[in-house]
Design a protein around this ligand. Structure first.
Ligand code: SF4
Length: 355
């Protein structure tokens, strides 16, 4: 077994979709929040679950252009189609697979999650349209009875249609029977570390699950379940994805990819992939006038509605010339859609400013 010490992930096999995900190069296409299931561990937010909304990463999707803009912004090499239950909106899924393959070519790897057991006809449509990989998500209540089930039949049809096939489930007691099933069908197994989210925390706590520690949202014991399973069989094609891997490595890699295309000339890209700049708050016209008088090159600042953003070093250089009528601060944000601000530090508290 190969270990990922940095993040607590480990595996003896990585599906093609996971290889791109590890590089932060997979776009998450949340195709609908509609879902027929009610999993106690469901991490999907209340706003999204059971609503027919589409998002490409953080970006709300209202047109094909939104999807392509997001994919270009992160230089996506592939897409993971998720939900909700994607196959409740099959036509939309097929349309988006076509869209992405037409734009980025056949090498743009696309995988899809489903909690359903699609028919031969649906699987062939998905594959012929360009889907590369399918990950089935059986209900934990059925884990002990998968042999000979509809899922077993669907898996064999998926393999026959030419798709890469696997099962993706949370790492919970009982997962061993799913592992045995994947061995029988010669498909891969992805085990995700179970984690507390705002949506599932009450239910998980009611079922007796606890967090690893005060700092972590990972559920105690989930990692050990995966360790026991993966260590037991060298033939198993299994991968354990830790919650810190998703939060730290995968997200950071995606932010760094996105920052490459979205950083302005004056933004500093931090090692975490966030953007750092300086801000003067106040009437943007007055601030722009001040910057002109101070002969600040116009490629080193950008005016907003009630603020002007600029290189943080520019702000430091002109700090003594800025009147007391304006507020000044350093700001750090995500480079992704919506540019969520993660930190603001007043300029007069510069000692707290660490790059
Ligand atoms: S199938 Fe997925 S989206 Fe639907 S309830 Fe279960 S975990 Fe949530």
């Amino acid at each position: 077994m190969k270990y990922e010490n940095e993040s607590g992930s480990f595996y003896n096999y990585l599906p093609p979709g996971c290889k791109l995900c590890r590089r932060g190069a997979k776009m998450v296409l949340f195709v609908t929040g509609l879902c027929h299931r009610d999993c106690f561990y469901c991490p999907v937010s209340k706003e999204k679950l059971r609503s027919d909304l589409t998002f490409a990463n953080e970006r709300p999707v209202f047109s094909d252009k939104d999807i392509l803009d997001e994919a270009h912004s992160m230089q996506a090499l592939g897409t993971g189609i998720t939900g909700g239950e994607p196959l409740l909106v099959l036509e939309r899924v097929l349309e988006y697979i076509r869209l992405l393959k037409d734009e980025f070519g056949p090498g743009h790897h696309i995988h899809l999650y489903t909690a359903r057991t699609p028919s031969k006809d649906v699987l062939e449509q998905l594959h012929s349209t360009g889907l590369d990989e399918i990950r089935f998500h059986p209900d934990p209540k059925t884990w002990a009875q998968l042999a000979g089930s509809d899922l077993a039949a669907s898996i064999e049809e998926a393999k026959a249609s030419g798709l890469d096939v696997g099962i993706e489930i949370p790492s919970l007691p009982g997962a061993q029977s799913v592992a045995d099933f994947t061995l029988e069908h010669n498909i891969f197994l992805n085990l995700n570390e179970l984690e507390f989210s705002p949506t599932n925390s009450l239910t998980l706590a009611q079922q007796g699950f606890t967090a690893v520690d005060d700092e972590s949202s990972a559920v105690a014991g989930s990692k050990e379940v995966a360790q026991d399973i993966i260590e037991q069989s060298a033939d198993l094609h299994a991968n354990f994805c830790s919650s810190s891997f998703k939060d730290v490595v995968q997200l950071r890699m995606r932010l760094l990819r996105t920052a490459k295309t979205t950083a302005r000339e004056f933004d500093e890209v931090t090692p975490d992939g966030t953007l750092l700049y300086g801000v003067i708050g106040g009437d943007a016209n007055s601030i722009a006038g001040l910057l002109e008088r101070l002969e600040v090159p116009d490629n080193l600042y950008e005016s907003g509605q009630d603020r002007v953003e600029m290189g943080w070093w520019v702000l430091e250089d002109i700090a003594d010339e800025i009147g007391s009528g304006f507020k000044t601060w350093y700001e750090e944000c995500y480079p992704t859609y919506g540019r969520m601000v993660v930190e603001k530090i007043p300029l007069d508290n510069a000692d707290a400013f660490k790059v």
